[in-house]
Design a protein around this ligand. Sequence first.
Ligand code: FAD
Length: 388
Amino acid sequence: MQTVNLEFQPLRLPDHVQQLRGEVRAFIDSEIAVGTFDPDIPSEDWELHRAFARKVAARGWIGMTWSRQYGGQERSFLDRYVVNEEMMVANAPNSVYFTADRQSGPTLIKYASERIKSEVLPKIIAGEACFCIGMSEPDSGSDLFAAKCKARRVKGGWRVNGSKIWTTNAHRADYMIGLFRTSAPTPENRRHGLTSFLVDMSAPGITCNIIDQMSGIRDFNEVVFDDVFIPDDQLIGEVDGAWKQATTELAYERSGPERFVETFSALRNLVAVAGDAPDVRMAESIGRMVAELHTLRRMSVSIAGMLEAGLEPVSEAAIVKDMGTMWEQELPQRVRHASAFVAAANSPEHARFENVLQFTQRIAPKLTIQGGTTEILRGVIARGMGLR
Ligand SMILES: Cc1cc2nc3c(=O)[nH]c(=O)nc-3n(C[C@H](O)[C@H](O)[C@H](O)COP(=O)(O)OP(=O)(O)OC[C@H]3O[C@@H](n4cnc5c(N)ncnc54)[C@H](O)[C@@H]3O)c2cc1C
């Protein structure tokens, strides 16, 4: 059996990218200082997210890698990386534009009709268009080939019937990129028969039912389609051939800092309550966690470099998501153990630390499920290495 080595070329962020980081950090600090948002617990105030998206757009930080033809700035993936990283670690209210900037916009640029590109991309860049991803269904999560939600060809377009599930932000999104069954799989190709469409979420026949989560967050949904009409030019790419498109989209989805910093505020607050002269056992624990984070980050930056070079590092991205999500999932528990060496105190810092720790422990279980489970990622990695 011939196996393939995976390589993470070390990459140092250039000075101009670090300078951009400074600008983003200054912007975020000033927003926190005036009380726009709390950097420890993500906000669910949608008006806040909308207003924040407009501010970020005004700075040119949405769609920054896209072609000028569509309103982008043709900046590098490394520029985008530091903007994204600073926003994520600060828990900035970025939900309006995050998905569109990361994956829906690039998918439209690659596969959508010119009408859609000229109509929708400027709205994303202005921070005015929120996207959701309609892939998972009640009986098809990991196994996307089993998708049943059906799009039937009619005069001038398609009619969709069925449902999607776990759709983040569907109830607030302006658009969905949905994966629908347009014909049956063939005996030779199990992947055949799925097609992507741009769905206008205000179209008649769409109902979003919010699903409660144990974290208390109410951002995902079951989406029911009852004879929803989609015009022909909202087809994205090839009829029956969406599988390749969907997997490319996942390379963007799996490698960024969002895959290891979602519980970072627990570590940040541990450092705050540890003070200037921490117990040696606590200092050792913090050092270990920071060293691991640094390694993950180097791997993730390396992938940003590969994307910049026009490569599709699907397996490497899966490794970052596998290791990164396991790390961020375990982090709150490790921080809880390390905090045994924090002297008990009745201070605002300690109350905040406890609050953050409880919140991050409640979101930890979802981290290794969203965007592809650990088991599925390991299958992708094995295939990429020629092991299966
Ligand atoms: C917070 C959150 C947000 C989400 N947002 C979205 C979204 O916006 N849009 C969207 O489309 N989906 C979204 N999802 C859904 C997510 O992508 C799916 O939950 C995930 O792909 C797993 O699918 P499933 O839940 O159907 O589990 P299943 O596929 O039923 O898996 C159940 C278990 O079996 C294991 N398993 C399944 N197949 C195999 C296999 N071949 N080999 C080994 N083990 C296997 C899995 O690893 C898992 O442990 C979200 C999920 C979460 C938790």
